[in-house]
Design a protein around this ligand. Structure first.
Ligand code: DC
Length: 232
């Protein structure tokens, strides 16, 4: 039996981290956790309660309500994919909307939110055999992860991919809005005080601007197999 490891996949927004992390988990029969979905679910909760809008962010109110926010993942038996639930409501589709993306970086910069979600993420990985993607997985959540990957690509490439995805889902957005969201989130995510997005020193960088999905998956799978075989 090969030993199970923790695989941390961090990087800029819209680099395709979740796609590759999900494929990898499936191939290795590991658990997959999309931590961005957890920050998005908290954001949706805050938006619905009117704790955040274009003009203000009521941090005290959100902090008070944090104990009432329950986030879990459940596998959809039809698709075999994990979906995120906010207080028992499936919010998988809603949290991907641009309206949620526009506030999520502010919510994710709030330390009380991070503290709660990081604790939950660490519990999920306590038995290893997990692929987790996010911004601070290799630096904060699992600094001892056996494999750390940092994914990046130009803002233009990322915005083009995200724009296509949103159009396919029927969202009425412009390319300019999507590019602005990508650039703004990069800025907030990388400059926030608590757990800013940065490459862990021991992370392998993959710039996928010129890679197909298959090529990047193959590269990461090869890395994972090397690490796993050394552990076994
Ligand atoms: O991966 P994503 O685009 O769904 O993430 C949404 C936002 O959540 C992103 O802009 C930054 C934040 N995030 C974070 O701060 N830490 C994580 N581990 C995951 C996401």
């Amino acid at each position: 039996m090969s030993k199970k490891i923790i695989i941390a996949i961090d990087g800029h927004s819209s680099t395709g981290k979740s796609t590759v992390a999900r494929q990898l988990a499936k191939k290795l029969r590991y658990i997959y956790v999309d931590t961005g979905a957890m920050y998005r679910a908290v954001t949706l909760y805050a938006m619905r309660k009117c704790f955040i809008d274009e003009n203000r962010f009521n941090k005290e109110a959100l902090e008070r309500f944090l104990p009432f926010i329950h986030i879990k993942f459940e596998v959809n038996s039809k698709t075999g994919l994990a979906e995120v639930f906010l207080n028992n409501e499936n919010v998988e589709k809603t949290i991907r909307k641009l309206a949620v993306s526009n506030f999520v970086s502010q919510i994710a910069a709030f330390s009380q939110v991070r503290k709660k979600l990081v604790e939950q993420q660490q519990l999920m990985g306590k038995d290893k055999g997990i692929v987790m993607d996010g911004r601070d997985i290799g630096t904060v959540v699992f600094p001892d992860a056996e494999l750390k990957v940092f994914m990046t690509a130009t803002a233009k490439d990322r915005a083009e991919r995200r724009y296509k995805e949103l159009l396919e889902r029927g969202e009425d957005v412009t390319y300019e809005d999507v590019l602005k969201n990508v650039v703004d989130r990069d800025h907030i995510d990388s400059t926030r005080k608590d757990s800013p997005l940065r490459k862990a020193e021991d992370a392998v960088v993959i710039d996928n601007s010129n890679l197909t999905l298959e090529e990047q998956f193959d590269q990461i799978l090869t890395l994972a197999r090397e690490v796993i075989s050394k552990k076994s």
